[in-house]
Design a binder for this molecule. Structure first.
Ligand SMILES: C[S@@+](CC[C@H](N)C(=O)[O-])C[C@H]1O[C@@H](n2cnc3c(N)ncnc32)[C@H](O)[C@@H]1O
Length: 136
């Protein structure tokens, strides 16, 4: 894989998670904000999949992450607890169940408080950072 960016102690790759060539059991921590399947217009990803297809895609990337993580590795998955597009759907519960089926053990759920950000996701994330630091 060709690095997208490299500096001392840090290499970034810009690639498809389903294609990435990463050695098994080599990663301590994965932090990810995966697609929510809510119809956002991405340039190269269809975000309005049929539920079965979305679940299959999610299971695929979760499985890859499971294989890449060291035995004591962790994953932080940032998803909305609930979505309403195209219909009300408990994304948080579904993603948690999928992750557990792949092999992950649930550590913490950190609930994002609307009070800390505005509608565009900007705002004061200090409370969230503290909760995440504790969870990790
Ligand atoms: C919810 S967004 C995350 C946005 C990101 N947190 C940000 O602030 O820009 C989901 C992202 O996953 C990307 N994505 C979808 N399929 C992917 C894949 N197979 N491999 C890597 N990224 C993918 C989408 O292009 C989109 O940028």
């Amino acid at each position: 894989m060709i690095p997208y960016f490299q500096t001392e102690g840090c290499t970034l790759y810009h690639t498809d998670v389903l294609e990435a060539d990463i050695p098994s059991c080599s990663i301590d921590l994965i932090v990810t904000s995966p697609p929510y399947n809510v119809g956002i217009e991405y340039s190269s990803y269809e975000d309005s999949k049929a539920l079965d297809e979305y679940l299959e895609f999610s299971r695929s990337w979760l499985t890859r992450c499971w294989e890449w993580l060291k035995p004591d590795g962790r994953i932080c998955i940032n998803v909305a607890l609930d979505t309403t597009t195209p219909t009300p759907f408990s994304l948080g519960a579904t993603m948690t169940t999928l992750a557990q089926e792949v092999g992950f053990r649930l550590g913490f759920l950190v609930k994002r408080l609307c009070a800390v950000c505005d509608g565009a996701g900007r705002g004061d994330y200090s409370a969230l950072q503290g909760a995440l630091a504790e969870a990790i």
